[in-house]
Design a protein around this ligand. Structure first.
Ligand SMILES: C[S@@+](CC[C@H](N)C(=O)[O-])C[C@H]1O[C@@H](n2cnc3c(N)ncnc32)[C@H](O)[C@@H]1O
Length: 268
């Protein structure tokens, strides 16, 4: 039986309310805050215009999301605070996986270390469907920076790949602008959490980390600021919970066997 706890609110405010050393792994995909050299460029660009190509048929169907307009220094300071609060909630020896695009890798690796994590390496998510760039290289990859809360248990008999190739969900499966695929990516990443352990994602979005965690029998704690995406994650987690817990009628009302809460923080 898996426990799911899904909070709505600002990760910076909710993370300190989690019990110290209560999760085994933090796996998260924060707003990248990428691009935009000037303040007006950053304010003028919604996440949709940044992350979905304008000729995409799905571009106009997604809800925007908050927290993606910081400049480089603001992003570094903010992410350092968030990751520091994640460290407090993580057991010694626990793991951190943070997504980044190519532009923000230096800031994310700095933030991870400022927050007190040990940087252990960087994995690659290869996206087979990426737009070519005339005269140059296509941006066909994103990156997953790996850190640990001090030394980790290297006696565990698992050997995980350092590169993953998977496409973003399409059609009705696609619920979020920057949704990560469960199959071939998130279902591999959650293996870093010991079986039956707890995964935390403070930027849950549509819940892809949580779905992978629950489907593999791990517990999940999620935080999402947008009311819309909190609801989407709730729906996806409820479905994932039902798959696991077919005979348990409680799962018809709740995501997994856990709880779904709303904090007092403002809507983004
Ligand atoms: C890059 S998306 C995550 C997408 C997710 N990996 C998925 O597959 O659906 C980042 C999410 O963080 C949320 N967010 C932004 N700022 C936040 C904050 N301060 N606290 C909690 N969530 C936040 C956004 O609403 C957005 O849904």
């Amino acid at each position: 039986m898996t426990d799911v706890e899904l909070h709505r609110g600002d990760a910076l405010e909710i993370l300190p309310t989690l019990a110290e050393a209560s999760v085994d792994a933090v796996i998260t995909d924060p707003p990248y805050n990428s691009g935009g050299r000037t303040a007006s460029e950053r304010r003028g660009q919604s996440a949709i215009t940044k992350y979905v190509s304008s000729d995409s048929a799905i571009a106009s169907t997604f809800e925007d999301f908050p927290g993606d307009q910081r400049d480089q220094r603001g992003f570094l300071a903010w992410l350092s605070l968030v990751l520091g609060r994640c460290l407090r909630a993580t057991k010694p020896g626990g793991h951190l996986l943070v997504f980044s695009d190519w532009r923000q890798v230096p800031a994310v690796s700095d933030a991870l270390q400022v927050a007190g994590w040990l940087w252990q390496g960087t994995c690659v998510w290869h996206k087979p469907i990426a737009r070519p760039r005339r005269g140059g290289f296509k941006a066909a990859a994103e990156y997953i920076l790996w850190g640990t809360h001090g030394p980790f248990d290297s006696s565990r008999e698992i050997y995980l790949p350092g590169m993953f190739s998977a496409s973003q969900p399409r059609g009705r499966q696609r619920r979020h602008i920057t949704q990560k695929p469960v199959e071939g990516l998130m279902d591999e990443l959650v293996q870093i959490c010991p079986p039956g352990g707890t995964v935390l994602d403070p930027f849950t979005g549509s819940g892809s980390t949580g779905v992978a965690a629950v489907q593999s029998g791990r517990h999940f704690v999620g935080i999402e600021m947008s009311r819309h995406y909190h609801q989407v994650a709730h729906q996806r987690l409820a479905l994932a919970g039902r798959t696991d817990l077919q005979t348990d009628s409680q799962t018809d009302r709740e995501p997994g066997r856990g709880s779904c809460s709303e904090s007092k923080t403002p809507e983004g």
